[in-house]
Write a protein that binds this ligand. Structure first.
Ligand code: SF4
Length: 376
């Protein structure tokens, strides 16, 4: 466990949270069949501490954005509880029970930066007007002078100088990187506890990406803010998580399949799916250059409406055995603890019946030779 995780100050806590959506159907289907339900997030427990960095990675449609939005209280869970400093977020919103922290305070404390900052900024409003609006709403008592002083100080802090000049521009007069900085300032104005950065650097040029990630980390440190960073790129996730001494969480079909410090998850991945992601990122796995085939049996991702039984990865896993088709592996008791390294795979348990089970049809024979004992 990392030295950083000695403090028990948990900001957000998700307890056995699931988010299911009803999929749109045709008229005939909707009249005669039960609605299809997409299991976007399934039974996830996780804690976010103060000044924490969690990078969530996975293929498109794996549920990472839905999980991120659930962590910051934007997405209501279908099952389970989401708490902010011990207060149930959705009870606060609905006014259920004794509410210790008003929902408005929770919303202020949890902010989001989107992938496309241009779309998030009103094209007809100057930067200053866009930045003043949230302060006027949440801190109406603040004077115009103080409001502007705070905005200019933050614009300066993110490198937009002179701030008065940038404040009076319209979004189309800013570059993509500058728009993202304005979005970051808008999130920081509320002194948030947690910021969800949803693919926040994906749309930027490669040269700007590192610069923006460094800025995020500097601000995270300076403002004592936690970041949940969503990325489909493992190298970006590693960069942020390593520099911040944070964690990487790997998602597959709505489930968190591996989580832990980046050097452990990437240096010694325990879940076969994490190995696939690492293989697909050449700079993380030099041996991938020599491997002709990816360490996966099928490139088709199953339908999230009807995920495979047992371990959801069994239809693609090169290590799958019969038991994997019926028994769902669990992430482990430490899954929500920052700093713990856990994987939801039967192979992590040297005593699991997996080791006596037959290889699945289609799994290459050479795997049988390598599967005599657990990876770790
Ligand atoms: S539980 Fe079985 S199918 Fe799932 S990842 Fe582990 S070995 Fe593969």
């Amino acid at each position: 466990m990392s030295d950083r995780y000695t403090d028990d100050d948990i900001v957000m806590s998700l307890d056995e949270v699931s988010v299911h959506f009803e999929k749109e159907q045709g008229l005939v289907d909707s009249l005669f069949n039960d609605p299809d339900r997409v299991q976007a997030v399934d039974d996830i427990s996780i804690d976010i501490e103060e000044n924490d960095v969690l990078a969530l990675v996975g293929e498109s449609g794996c549920g990472k954005t839905t999980l991120g939005k659930t962590i910051i209280g934007v997405q209501r869970p279908t099952e389970g509880n989401v708490t902010y400093r011990g207060q149930d977020v959705w009870d606060a919103k609905d006014g259920v029970g004794d509410v210790d922290i008003p929902y408005g305070d929770i919303r202020k404390a949890l902010q989001i930066i989107h992938q496309d900052p241009g779309a998030a900024l009103n094209p007809n409003r100057k930067v200053l007007t866009s930045l003043e609006a949230p302060i006027e709403r949440w801190k109406p008592e603040m004077s115009t002078e103080d409001r502007r002083a705070r905005i200019f100080a933050l614009l300066k802090r993110v490198g937009m100088e002179p701030p008065e000049d940038y404040a009076h521009r319209f979004p189309h007069q800013l570059s993509g990187g500058e728009q993202q900085r304005v979005a970051l300032v808008r999130a920081l104005l509320m002194n948030p506890d947690v910021i969800l950065a949803d693919e926040a650097v994906s749309a930027l040029d490669v040269s700007l990406r590192v610069e923006t990630m460094d800025l995020l980390l500097e601000l995270q440190e300076q403002f004592n803010t936690s970041f949940v960073f969503i990325s489909h790129t493992l190298s970006n996730a590693r960069y942020l998580a390593e520099k911040a001494n944070g964690r990487i969480g790997i998602m597959y079909l709505g489930e968190l399949v591996e989580i832990g410090p980046p050097e452990e998850v990437l240096g010694d991945p325990k879940h076969p799916y994490s190995k696939v992601l690492r293989w697909a990122t050449a700079d993380l796995d030099p041996s991938s250059q020599e491997m002709v085939d990816p360490p996966v049996r099928s490139i088709d991702i199953p339908d999230p409406v009807n995920p495979p039984s047992g371990c959801r990865f069994h239809t693609r896993c090169p290590e799958a055995r019969e038991v994997c088709t019926t028994a769902a592996p669990e992430l482990g008791d430490d899954e929500s603890t920052p700093g713990a390294h856990c994987a939801a795979c039967h192979r992590t348990d040297p005593n699991h019946e997996y080791w006596e089970s037959q290889l699945l049809e289609g799994v290459h024979d050479s795997d049988a030779v390598t599967t005599g004992e657990a990876d770790d």
